[in-house]
Ligand binder design. Sequence first.
Ligand code: PAF
Length: 290
Amino acid sequence: MQILKSSAELALWKAAQPDCAFVPTMGNLHQGHISLVEQARLAGLPVLASIFVNPLQFGAGEDFERYPRTFEADCEKLQAAGCAAVFAPALEDMYPQPQTYFVEPPAMASELCGQFRPGHFRGMLTVVLKLFNLVEPRAALFGKKDYQQLALIRGMVEQLNLPIEIRAGGTVRAEDGLALSSRNGYLSDAERREAPRLYQNLKLIADALALGRRDFEELEVQALDALYRHGWKVDYVSIRRPDLSLPAETDANFVVLGAAWLGRTRLIDNVEAGRDQDSGARIQGLCFAP
Ligand code: PAF
């Protein structure tokens, strides 16, 4: 596996491998990331992963400084997963001058996580567009765990006519249901034992929706109460349509999203519910137009 430490090294690699499938990450890799690499390999293209902790998507007081940087271990995992190259640019390479041009996201980016992390999606979309322009991948893969992020990237690619196929990977969970996340490492032992409760409550709502309940607010409040009672500080629990617009009683497909704090750690998760709940959750085999 080649380690490309700058955009100049990336350009040289691309000269020999013009086509690739791309897995952008911020490092501290877990099985969720590795499953994206494995899915990307099904395309039969060389897989390039990036590792870059993007300051633009962290707000003041968020965890940019303490975000775990585990480069050596990450490279070992990527190599074992069959990654062809890892692009790990320095901060000055990605931002040689202060970034003054941004991707302006739609109003949906101010809802859900965006309501609690102002500017986060603007910074995320901006770096993803920069990475796409540098890497020029044929396809890029993102996890469904960051459901709102995935929806915004899909929208950006569609509306800005980027010639990149966006693929989603299903959320990978620990045995007790906790969605794998780089931030799980912040949890104390007691918090880690408590952490699956977020998923459990989102799943309870998803099951109720699948059984035909449509009292959305009541379902959300029940989950909020259950989490508050166990010491969580909840940012939101929200039932949405798969495109993240507000649901109607006549809808058949939903996604239930939540974000909540356990101590100093903010966890997010989501569960799809309804007729088509599995669509796009897993990749059976990537299929690209020639
Ligand atoms: O999901 C992430 O790890 C990041 O938001 C991404 C997409 C790599 C952009 O920095």
